[in-house]
Ligand binder design. Structure first.
Ligand code: G3P
Length: 225
């Protein structure tokens, strides 16, 4: 998969005010600077309307926050996979806790994405759903306990859940990169995630809402190194 490497830090911009338009580009440039300064793999997930602009301006992987399962045709308001690819995005989050999908749609998206060499990071909310998702063969599966999302309390405060989930994912399908997210806010959280066996982290508020996002990301990238 072009330009995606592990361990990886994936930054989800969500619909935060701090990521709208030029602010999203500014944060993406910070991510690019840190990725280059420390040679660490960092991807950004800007708001959908900003995908093309940001993909044109930065030389790190740009991912969509969501893609739909439908084919081209008479559908309104969906994120058509082919159209997302055309923006310059190289992959997408799928089934984020804040944008849940049916299992059959996740399967459709993953199959289509795999055939187009398009990166998928499918989110799960616990160990059991992580197993189901691993069986669908996405590139990565990011387990995020919903109650910790945006809480500032890291998923790594539940080390057994993280370890068991990573083992379950790799037992079902060793090709799937196990990631974790929710509440990841500090370099220590990132370090613990990697030490527990994750191939990367998915985070949002700890970066987007930080007083000094570059400083926070630099420390996280150092932890990954
Ligand atoms: O997509 C990442 C996310 O759901 C976790 O959010 O704010 O807890 O890092 P946050």
């Amino acid at each position: 998969m072009a330009r995606i490497a592990y361990p990886i830090i994936i930054l989800n911009f969500k619909n935060y005010d701090q990521t709208v338009g030029k602010k999203g580009l500014y944060l993406s440039k910070i991510a690019e600077e840190v990725a280059k300064e420390l040679s660490v793999s960092i991807a950004v997930c800007p708001q959908t309307v900003d995908l093309r602009k940001i993909a044109e301006e930065v030389d790190i992987p740009v991912l969509a926050q969501h893609v739909d399962a439908n084919d081209s045709g008479s559908f309104t308001g969906n994120n058509l996979l082919q159209a997302i690819i055309e923006t310059g995005a190289v992959g997408s989050l799928v089934n984020h806790s804040e944008h849940r999908l049916k299992l059959s749609d996740i399967e459709r998206i993953v199959n289509k994405a795999n055939s187009l060499d398009f990166f998928t990071c499918v989110c799960s909310n616990n160990l059991q759903t992580s197993k189901a998702i691993a069986a669908l063969n996405p590139v990565a599966c990011a387990m995020e306990p919903p109650e910790l999302i945006g809480s500032g309390v890291s998923v790594t405060t539940q080390p057994d859940l993280v370890k068991d989930t990573i083992k379950a994912i790799t037992d079902i399908n060793h090709n799937v990169q196990p990631l974790v997210g929710a509440g990841v806010s500090t370099n220590q959280d990132v370090l613990e995630a990697i030490q527990l066996g994750a191939k990367g982290v998915l985070l949002a508020s700890g970066f987007v809402k930080a007083k000094d996002p570059k400083e926070v990301l630099l420390r996280m990238a150092e932890a990954i190194l």
